[in-house]
Design a binder for this molecule. Structure first.
Ligand code: C5P
Length: 308
């Protein structure tokens, strides 16, 4: 069997994000509907004969990651943690194909860390129980467990409590990032509103269409939009640009921003909106996409990557 494996690291989308409280350690309690796009980064890993761990970064957004110390990259931290947990002596060569904007509210680093845990379990042939892997994931960041799970869920706690939900209808989405990174801790710290009640979302609700899902989502919001747009006003421009295109059912910021998503009534309308926005704002990152379904995940388990 080949010792090279590839794992998709799909973009994480918060269709709503309510801040419901704050723990004594400063972390915020959340209530958030999370699903995964069918675009994202890709992690490849090959086993080494020695104990070295290496990371190479390719892809259109690779340049934006070049500034920090590569040893601090969440991918290498995930690899080191897993190696200790599994008492592995072997190393690995890892490659990140960076397609998603950095520090942008769609999970980039967290999705990469989760995909690293998954791919290295295969490369090193580890059989680590799911709850132990989830604990490792949480050590790497509050969003890493949900990315490890990789399914549509209601995410609660600081990100460790994952409640499965019925499959969502297929969605025609556009993701837009204004090309500026924002700092998650800064945005949580800038929040001065009260807390939203938890459990506002009906966990049993099944939606037959994007329109009925979008209508239910209108009763929810992203509680980080106000502090994030105070720090980066371009977020309001992005939301307005998405909302004014034909067929927009909902436009909302994801995570702590600055990426925003919009749900359109048809795939054609989403494509047209993406083209129009990309043309009028050439410096913005614009991506038309769908969300991952059960069938996509089944295909991914037998080694398929993202549709091109
Ligand atoms: O866990 P992660 O490293 O992704 O979080 C970055 C920062 O965002 C935390 O240090 C914390 O300041 C803030 N945060 C929070 N509540 C969460 C997730 C993140 O306050 N649920």
């Amino acid at each position: 069997m080949s010792s090279t494996h590839t794992e998709p690291a799909p973009a994480k989308l918060n269709l709503f994000l309510h801040v419901t409280g704050r723990r004594d350690d400063g972390y915020h309690l959340l209530d958030s509907l999370v699903c995964f796009a069918d675009c994202g980064d890709v992690i490849t890993a090959t086993a080494r004969d020695d104990s070295e761990l290496t990371l190479a970064i390719t892809g259109p957004m690779a340049g934006d990651l070049g500034h920090g110390n590569i040893e601090d990259n969440l991918i290498l931290r995930a690899a080191r943690l897993l190696r200790a947990e599994g008492a592995v002596t072997q190393g690995a060569d890892l490659t990140l194909e960076k397609n998603l904007p950095v520090a942008s509210g769609i999970g980039g680093g967290s999705a990469d860390a989760a995909a690293t845990l998954r791919v290295l379990c295969r490369v090193w042939q580890l059989d680590i129980p799911t709850d132990a892997l989830e604990k490792l994931a949480l050590k790497l960041g509050a969003d890493v467990p949900v990315c490890l799970h990789g399914k549509t869920v209601l995410m609660q706690g600081i990100g460790e409590k994952l409640i499965d939900l019925p499959e969502l209808p297929s969605l025609s989405l556009v993701l837009v990032n204004p090309g500026k990174a924002v700092s998650t801790p800064e945005i949580f710290a800038a929040r001065d509103a009260g807390f939203t009640d938890e459990n506002l979302w009906d966990r049993t609700a099944r939606f037959q269409s994007a329109a009925t899902l979008a209508a239910a989502l209108q009763d929810c919001r992203n509680d980080l939009t106000l502090p994030a747009s105070g720090i980066l006003p371009e977020i309001c421009d992005v939301l307005n640009a998405l909302a004014r295109e034909d067929g927009c059912l909902l436009a909302r910021m994801s995570g702590s921003g600055a990426t925003c998503l919009a749900i359109y009534d048809t795939e054609n309308q989403a494509e047209r909106a993406a083209n129009a926005i990309a043309e009028s704002q050439p410096d913005w990152w614009v991506q038309a996409t769908g969300i991952q379904t059960m069938q996509d995940r089944a295909r991914a388990q037998i080694g398929a990557s993202f549709p091109t």
